[in-house]
Design a protein around this ligand. Structure first.
Ligand code: 5RP
Length: 221
């Protein structure tokens, strides 16, 4: 089975977590795109969706799924029923690195506004320690040199993502070559640096459920 076929299977399996009549949080990336296509088959059963990026909002609208602003959705409900999104890596504690597509800040916001985070991944994303995949940090452009200096003191190598601006008008600094042994502590430390909007460690907003696609089928972790 190819990686794309495994992604397709978990995207379809995630439909079981969609709560009828509710507002659903929707992530960004190729696996999330497959979930959006699957969600379209039950679009009349949900009130609408909150998107974690402009690209996701466009795809949802393309399927005729109502897209709500998060602030408007939270006028109607205390929290979104579920947030469904992919990840770049997940560890045994279901902590994640995310932001390969640069949507980490909005993804973290929508995850925090949801009662449950269902992470949909293929088996290649499973790791013992986060950090093999470059860790993205969203940074206000004025703080680029400051954050590069601080990120440079970590064990990995920091680089500005060339030619990329986030939906929020900021830059991304990627740190490669980390071995993250305390995800919660590094998430906190990086967020303390002035100019950092957020970083791609999802330890506070870790997954509640991971659906992992394998050649043998979908595993629920
Ligand atoms: C985007 C993300 C994605 O969830 C992550 O990059 C995984 O993407 P894909 O499903 O394409 O493998 O965090 O910001």
């Amino acid at each position: 089975m190819t990686q794309n076929e495994m992604k397709q299977k978990v995207a379809e399996a995630a439909l079981a977590y969609v709560v009828e009549g509710s507002i659903v949080g929707v992530g960004t990336g190729s696996t999330a795109n497959m979930f959006i296509d699957a969600l379209a088959t039950v679009k009349d059963k949900i009130k609408g969706a909150v998107a974690s990026s402009e690209v996701t909002a466009e795809r949802l609208r393309g399927h005729g799924i109502a897209v709500l602003e998060l602030n408007d959705a939270l006028q109607q409900v205390d929290s979104l029923s579920v947030y469904i999104d992919g990840a770049d890596e997940f560890d045994p504690e279901k902590c994640l690195t995310k932001g390969g597509g640069g949507a980490l800040t909005r993804e973290k916001i929508v995850a925090a506004a949801s009662s449950k985070f269902v992470c949909i991944v293929d088996g290649t994303k499973q790791v013992d320690y986060l950090g093999g995949f470059p860790l993205p940090i969203e940074v206000i452009p004025m703080a680029e040199s400051l954050v590069m200096g601080i990120a440079g003191k970590l064990s990995g190598e920091a680089k500005v993502r060339a030619g990329f601006i986030t939906d929020n008008g900021n830059i991304i600094i990627d740190i490669t070559g980390l071995k993250i042994t305390d995800a919660l502590a590094l998430e906190n430390d990086l967020n303390e640096v002035p100019g950092v909007v957020t970083n791609g460690i999802f330890a506070h907003q870790r997954a509640d459920v991971v659906l992992m696609g394998t050649p043998e089928g979908v595993q629920t972790l």
